[in-house]
Write a protein that binds this ligand. Structure first.
Ligand code: FDA
Length: 466
């Protein structure tokens, strides 16, 4: 396996060559930008890393379609972009509150869990300082090896397709932080009457007078419960039908021992665990994050449904143990056919929208890497072999570095990969790796790949160096 580019300081290159190009500027690569800036602030200019980032959205935005009123974070504010790595950082949530003049007011709330809207504002407050490093409204479409094997070229184009692509960016390393993609069931396409929850706010803002006064929400996870609650509050005359195959919403396990699965130390444990243990851990603790709902929201929805039974005006209808069998879209709405899983009986529901809360999938880094994949090592399942420092293992013909962070590394780094919990520490680890000498990095990579007992991380075939 090849060690990523040996860092020698930026002085030797043309100014156009970056030390790293981060693809995607969500919280993960924003945390990295901060870690790099904090490193640079302690070094002479000649030793500074030169980063650039590419972001498809027109400005910094964190799941903008789900910034619902009252929705709270599912992570403590202490797991912000920096505190677990550097509690004295000027980019902590507490520094943000101080800057906004709300520190005392926030403390009086006695909570670790700010609203999503406030945390989004915190992210944007951090992102503001890095505007000169980010090409917003720009999409990375491919990463290629330059002829010398020392550099990578990143092909970019305007995300809105308005202008032709610009020259590729030249860099020693890329860091893929492309996050999650909304997932719809096969054969379902979003449109004016079929929505994914990721579009919820944009769609509801556009729909001022629902014709059918009914919404069907598909799913039983956090986004589904939030969507049902949001639609119920936004359209006081409308019925909201929650369709899911479970018997009821299940609470997220946020108890303290289980929560340790999101600690930085848990990433080390997970990374070195045998493949079978990895699988079991993902299964045991899936209910910390997947298909589960915050307990307070479940209680609130239950109270609403009960109160409506008392008054006889039932607008929140929980259609449990059901599934959507078919959706027919017309100009003025959609007809959802809902089938009972108990007796197979079907019911047609005319509605203004069928809202799919069917989750997200990690983007597959292999799509961006294209021909570069011939240099990348994969495991027995065809997945990228990724070092503990998030560097992809490559053949020795490629000396530039490819890093992957975020949801696409859940199989190697565990449940916290797609979340915010370890961003502060992870970004420091990637920054440190970018700075290592080639020899140090090779030793570290060899150790990573030999340590796990898993087949996926078996010793390197001869002829490959790390
Ligand atoms: P994220 O998906 O945020 O960012 C990736 C960025 O890359 C996007 O901005 C995208 O536009 C860009 N991009 C992708 N491909 C590109 C390309 N080819 N070129 C250019 N740009 C590209 N987690 C948690 O710990 N606590 C919480 O409370 C929540 N809450 C929450 C709410 C909702 C509604 C969702 C959907 C998810 C959460 N999460 C969460 C999980 C969530 O994944 C996490 O908070 C971060 O968004 C992860 O940050 P990333 O930067 O990895 O991905």
């Amino acid at each position: 396996m090849s060690a990523p580019h040996t860092y020698t300081g930026s002085g030797e290159d043309s100014p156009a060559v970056r030390d790293l190009v981060g693809i995607g500027f969500g919280p993960a690569n924003l945390a990295l930008a901060i870690a790099v800036a904090e490193h640079n602030s302690r070094r002479a200019p000649a030793e500074a890393l030169r980063p650039a980032f590419i972001e498809r959205q027109e400005g910094f935005a964190w799941h903008p379609g789900m910034l619902l009123e009252g929705a709270t974070m599912q992570v403590s504010f202490l797991k912000d972009l920096v505190t677990l790595r550097n509690p004295a950082s000027p980019y902590s949530f507490l520094q943000y509150l101080q800057d906004r003049g709300r520190l005392a007011d926030f403390i009086n709330q006695k909570t670790f869990f700010p609203t999503r809207v406030e945390f989004h504002d915190y992210f944007r407050w951090c992102a503001r300082d890095f505007a000169d490093q980010v090409a917003y409204g720009t999409e990375a479409v491919a990463v290629r090896a330059a002829h010398d094997g020392e550099h990578l070229e990143v092909d970019v184009r305007r995300a809105d397709g308005a202008a032709p692509g610009t020259d590729p960016l030249l860099t020693h390393n890329v860091v893929l932080g492309t996050g999650l993609r909304p997932h719809l069931p096969e054969g379902v396409a979003s449109g004016p009457h079929v929505w994914h929850t990721s579009e919820l706010l944009h769609r509801t803002r556009a729909l001022t007078s629902p014709r059918h006064q009914r919404f069907v929400v598909v799913g039983a996870g956090q986004s589904a419960a939030e969507a049902a609650d949001h639609l119920h509050r936004t359209y006081p005359g409308a019925e909201v039908c929650a369709v899911f195959s479970r018997y009821g919403y299940s609470p997220a396990d946020d108890s303290p021992f289980a929560n340790r699965i999101f600690d930085p130390a848990a990433v080390d444990d997970f990374y070195t665990a045998p493949e079978e243990v990895k699988r079991r851990l993902l299964g045991y603790h899936a209910n910390t994050n997947y298909s589960v709902v915050d307990g307070d929201l479940i209680t609130q929805l239950y109270r609403t449904a009960y109160q409506e039974k008392v008054t006889g005006a039932e607008r929140l209808r929980i259609l449990n143990t059901t599934e959507v069998a078919a959706v027919r879209v017309q100009d003025d709405g959609a007809r959802a056919t809902v089938r009972s899983l108990i007796d197979g009986e079907t019911t047609d529901l005319w509605c203004d929208a069928v809202v799919y809360a069917t989750g997200y999938r990690a983007g597959d880094p292999r799509h961006l890497l294209g021909d570069l994949m011939e240099h990348c090592l994969t495991d027995s399942a065809g997945r990228l072999r990724i070092g503990r420092d998030h560097a992809v293992a490559t053949t020795d013909r490629l000396r530039a570095g490819i890093y992957v962070q975020g949801a696409a590394t859940e199989h190697t780094h565990g449940l916290t990969s797609s979340l915010l919990s370890t961003l502060a520490v992870r970004s420091g680890e990637i920054c440190d790796s970018l700075l290592l000498s080639g020899t140090e990095r090779a030793v570290r990579a060899q150790r990573d790949l030999l340590a796990p007992a898993s087949a996926g991380n078996a010793p390197l075939p001869s002829g490959l160096r790390s």
